[in-house]
Design a protein around this ligand. Structure first.
Ligand code: CA
Length: 416
């Protein structure tokens, strides 16, 4: 076990953001323009200031901007150099920044004093369907247990192209969508606010350097193209989805809002929590096969707080390892036909459900389509999300004496 890193910035034992993490994001100080920062403890480090003072080389100018895209395009060697520089600068025994009062004054903000923004200009967003238990549960509801999985599911990472423009940062209210709904006993559809609003607990990765049109990314090279992960809530209107989804898949049921956490946790920070991907049967086709394919041990939770509740109630506990398909396979599959990915594209996992009832990643599964309502503290029940409900997803890797955390992806439902 390597020694814990120690910073001159205080980091509490249960903080999501120790010196081993250093997730990247975009923040806006009061009365100033947005810029790139990293989180440490309760603080944000202003990378634009450190860049201006020459800490990342004499000519680099990529952090005084409102997105990570330019940094994402630089690729993994540059990401690693930046991370190493920051770990040195913030180390407890390094006086360079610690004892430079003027620079220190300009470099650090309290997280409570700044506004977080989306970390990147997300050009394209793709949502996979990579959790076996989620696909199996949903398939069981629709087709019965015998035909729960479609014949393609274990051969390819199923996905659809989502909507990037309605991705919002954690803390943004979510307006209940209106749409066409056809009640089972009605002959024709009605136009109405959704009566079956759901969340989906997901994780998503941001693409770094992309690929040229027509040139797939090989499964073994995936890490060169993946910057890091965020938490995601892919809000879903189940009643709209039921009526519209055949034959081309979800449309308005999914495109009204998607919430992500503001801090991007890098693959380098996740490295100590890399785990072997579970064996796949049948063995995938060659282009999806890599030696020592991997996943990460990331604990994930969703908490629900209604307007009447004094504190949130944890409604599910799951893990990133519940995904059948790896991020390498998702990336390789997405590009194998020649599709070009670009810096800032977002590829999401799909709802992450585990084997147990307590580890299901959406209301659809937790309540079995409303048949078993959730019992909440204070006596309230929920089949679906109601106006005033706040849903927060959290995630972290548990190290020995520290955690690599993601912060949260939270949103409150407001009326249509
Ligand atoms: Ca989804």
């Amino acid at each position: 076990m390597p020694a814990r890193l120690s910073s001159f910035i205080e980091v509490k034992r249960d903080s999501d953001f120790p010196l081993e993490n250093l997730p990247f994001g975009v923040f806006r100080p009061r009365n100033d323009a947005a810029r790139v920062g990293v989180a440490i403890g309760d603080h944000v480090v202003d990378l634009a200031v450190l860049e201006e003072s020459g800490h990342f080389g004499p000519n680099q100018r990529i952090f005084s901007t409102d997105s990570l895209n330019a940094f994402l395009a630089l690729g993994r060697p540059a990401w690693r150099r930046t991370r190493a520089t920051l770990q040195q600068l913030l180390a407890a025994d390094n006086p360079a920044l610690r004892d430079n009062a003027a620079l220190r004054e300009r470099t650090f903000y309290r997280q409570s004093e700044v506004e977080m923004q989306l970390p990147a200009r997300i050009g394209s967003y793709t949502d996979f369907y990579s959790s076996f238990h989620h696909a199996h549960n949903v398939g069981t509801m629709i087709r019965g247990p015998e035909n729960a999985l479609m014949p393609n599911w274990k051969w390819l990472p199923v996905a659809y192209h989502g909507r990037a423009s309605s991705i919002v940062v954690s803390g943004t209210d979510v307006r209940r969508p209106r749409g066409q709904i056809k009640p089972p006993d009605a002959a024709t559809p009605v136009f109405s606010p959704s009566r079956a609003l759901d969340f989906e607990l997901e994780a998503a990765f941001l693409v770094g350097p992309g690929n040229s049109l027509g040139e797939p990314i090989r499964v073994n090279r995936a890490e060169e193209h993946i910057f890091g992960l965020v938490l995601m809530n892919d809000w879903s209107a189940r009643d709209v989805q039921t009526w519209e989804y055949q034959p081309l898949g979800p449309f308005l049921a999914k495109n009204f809002c998607t919430t992500i956490s503001p801090w991007v946790v890098t693959l380098d920070a996740l490295e100590p929590f890399r785990r072997p991907l579970a064996p796949q049967d049948p063995q995938p086709l060659e282009y999806l096969r890599r030696d020592e394919d991997f996943t990460y041990d990331i604990r994930l939770e969703a908490k629900l707080q209604t307007a009447a509740m004094p504190s949130p109630h944890t409604i599910t506990r799951t893990n990133f390892q519940n995904l059948y398909w790896s991020i390498s396979q998702q990336l390789a599959h997405h590009t194998v036909g020649g599709c070009n990915l670009q810096p800032g594209d977002l590829l999401a996992s799909g709802t992450i459900s585990g084997a147990s009832e307590e580890s299901r990643g959406c209301m659809l599964e937790l309540t079995w389509r409303g048949a078993n309502p959730l019992q909440l503290q204070g006596g309230e029940t929920r089949k679906w999300l109601e106006d005033g409900d706040t849903l927060a997803i959290t995630g972290w890797c548990e190290g020995e004496g520290y955690r690599i955390g993601f912060g949260e992806a939270s949103g409150r439902v407001i009326g249509a």
